[in-house]
Ligand binder design. Sequence first.
Ligand code: PHE
Length: 495
Amino acid sequence: MTDRIDLTNPERRMLRAMLSSPSSVHTLEEIMNACDWNDQAVATGAGHGLSDKGYVTIQESVRRRIHAGQEGHNAISNGLLEARLWSWISSQDEPTMAKLQAKFERHEAGPGVGLLKKLGVKLEGGTFTCEDTSSLKSELQAREMFLASLPADEEDLSERLLKHFKGRKELVEFVEHRTRTWVLTDDGKAVSEEGLDERKQISEITPELLQSGEWKEAEFRSFDVTLESTTPRTGRSHPMQELIERIRRIFLEMGFSELVDDYVQTAGWNMDALFIPQDHPAREMQDTFYLDDPKSLELDPELIQKWKDIHEHGGDTGSIGWSGSFSEDVSKLGLLRTHTTVNTIQHLARNPNEPCRVFSVDRVFRKEAIDSTHLPEFHQIEGIIMEPGANLQMLVTTLKTFYTKMGYPEVRVRPAYFPYTEPSLEVEVKWKGKWLELGGAGIFRPEVTEPLGITSPVCAWGMGLERLAMLVLGLDDIRQLYISDLEWLRNQPLI
Ligand code: PHE
């Protein structure tokens, strides 16, 4: 008899085991024992293989078992409600409703009395009576015995009592047991046991195998590449991190260098340097996180003086400033940066005469109430271009190029206002037919650049990263980005 090359080793073992009793119905336990397996999946897999090849037929049967439910278990340990009530009633000389209500809690007394009434108990003038106590008692006993016999097969139980208990809450529940059995087909019976020896198969190629030359004689295990497999779960970056990396790559590719700086800053750099008036509403406690420690930070007195001049009367810029009086103490207040413009402006102050293209993707803080579009901590994509001749067209082209590389080629700008830029722009991209505002941009005003000794024009922008992330990932709730929903995280495409 030729070897059955079409069979895997587990299939050979299972077929052999079945051939020792060719006409019987083989159960899972039997097969597992005979084959010396302890993993059900091996038996199921081999059974499927044999069935595909026409050697066995699989029979599946579903058996419904009745188990005690939550209340059923209570009844088994404490007695069935109506039985407990009846035993109390029959122990009383004068079993009145009032006394019963004092003895049993309302959630038991009400339904319990209802059940007893259906069994012939009557309430006459506030007192319980029963004409036929013996059939009442035998019914109560039958019910308790029914519960005590659980779990049981549906066929083995009284149909009437099962129907009764099914109508009551959580007394019984149904559990389905699925069993599988295997029977040899005629083709299966015709297989000769001689061809069923298990073969030594190689499933892994080792250096030893290659060096010794043994592989020439070896038999290799074949893989069925059409079978369904589980998706391997490996670690991966958070989608936000992936997006940040992608933005970085785009700006680096466009010739920008990255700026990373602290988020603890002074109000001076965060606002005064940017010509944001000291009474601007965004500086209030309800919009900005001011720090208790450090409450205040030292600043160069010369610098403060320059800002003071600019704010109070425009300094030497020809501007008239904001008028009013400028407080040095307010300048020194410590805060969590509310925008990353605080960092680009300091970069310019350190390098006022060196043309540059700089960007950052970093975290900022604002006292926002959390909702589907706001978070108190979020990220900005910030950037500047400083060089002789830098102009608005350059700024718009740069932003368009960036968003096109991100996959949003339709970009438009609209006039806007920021205290530190003139002209100022709002940047919008088209998404699903709608224009969405993603950030602000403009050219720094002389009130910002002159005190710092910057002589070339500076194009600047600051845009929301989470907003963009919502577009890229198709979200309508910003919170989804940070709630660590593993299922969602695993299913995110690699962007
Ligand atoms: N800093 C602004 C904001 O936080 C954005 C901006 C940056 C606007 C640079 C103009 C220039 O919204």
